[in-house]
Design a protein around this ligand. Structure first.
Ligand code: FDM
Length: 246
């Protein structure tokens, strides 16, 4: 399995429209890889447990109004840009002690760019695979669907780690709208999700695999397992890490 010091973990991201099944499939992948004896963690963005995460949550549930640029930068602060508090800690400690950085990340603060980058890198290099439910692509797709420029949307997150594999759960916006729980949050509007789907399309690169999200849930699960296992093997064999948006 993936625990010797020479092999690194994989950075696997799930993306897709709201109600495409990302969250269920991410936790199934977690169980699957754990079952195979891999070291693996499940992360998700937005992380609603932090201070900024609560502002995002209140925006998404229509309890507060924010300008499009402002909410984009809040999402970025939740997973992207360097926030000032980073300077309050000796960075060396954050680098050395992954338990401390873990704690800081999960329980105390919104994660700054430097911290997220180094935390992810530490995890991967010590052999842990990360399954991430939404990442920078959501940030760009949802904000550019409102009319903000792609390059402006990417700018705060240039230099974060690029995923080894992006699993795009492909669903027609009309089909997603028929699924349970749809419409509860601000972005769950058919017209808007159609635009988001178009914006996702221009973000595809070689790391993307498009999976039909309308298949039976177990069939999707099987396909994702195969893709992830192949990626985990490649990373164990030393596939190099790359930067996002470069
Ligand atoms: N979302 C998510 C963004 O607009 N930008 C981002 O950077 C991220 C990570 O937040 F509609 C949007 C996408 C979605 C909403 O996501 C909440 P979850 O997965 O439903 O919690």
């Amino acid at each position: 399995s993936g625990c010797n010091s020479e092999s690194r973990g994989a950075l696997v991201v799930l993306e897709g429209l709201d109600r495409s099944g990302k969250t269920s499939q991410s936790s199934r992948l977690l169980t699957y890889l754990e079952g195979l004896g891999h070291s693996v963690e499940l992360w998700r963005f937005p992380d609603r447990s932090t201070n900024v995460g609560q502002m995002i949550s209140s925006y998404l549930s229509n309890k507060s109004q924010l300008d499009d640029h402002t909410i984009h930068l809040l999402f970025s602060a939740n997973h992207g840009i360097m926030s000032t508090w980073v300077f309050m800690f000796p960075l060396s400690i954050i680098y050395w002690d992954k338990n401390l950085s873990d704690y800081v990340y999960k329980h105390t603060f919104d994660c700054g760019w430097t911290l997220l980058r180094s935390l992810m890198e530490t995890k991967l290099k010590t052999g842990t695979t990360l399954i991430v439910d939404r990442y920078s692509y959501s940030g760009v797709a949802f904000s550019s669907a409102k009319g903000l420029g792609d390059e402006w949307c990417k700018a705060p997150e240039i230099g974060l780690l690029a995923p080894d594999l992006v699993l795009y759960l492909d669903i027609q916006p009309e089909k997603a709208a028929e699924r349970g729980g749809y419409g509860a949050e601000k972005y769950e509007q058919l017209e808007f999700q159609r635009k988001v789907a178009q914006c996702y399309q221009v973000l595809h690169d070689a790391s993307w695999k498009i999976v039909d999200a309308c298949q039976p849930i177990e069939d999707i699960e099987k396909q994702l397992q195969e893709l992830v296992l192949e990626c985990v093997m490649a990373c164990q064999k030393g596939k190099p890490l790359a930067n996002l948006w470069s």
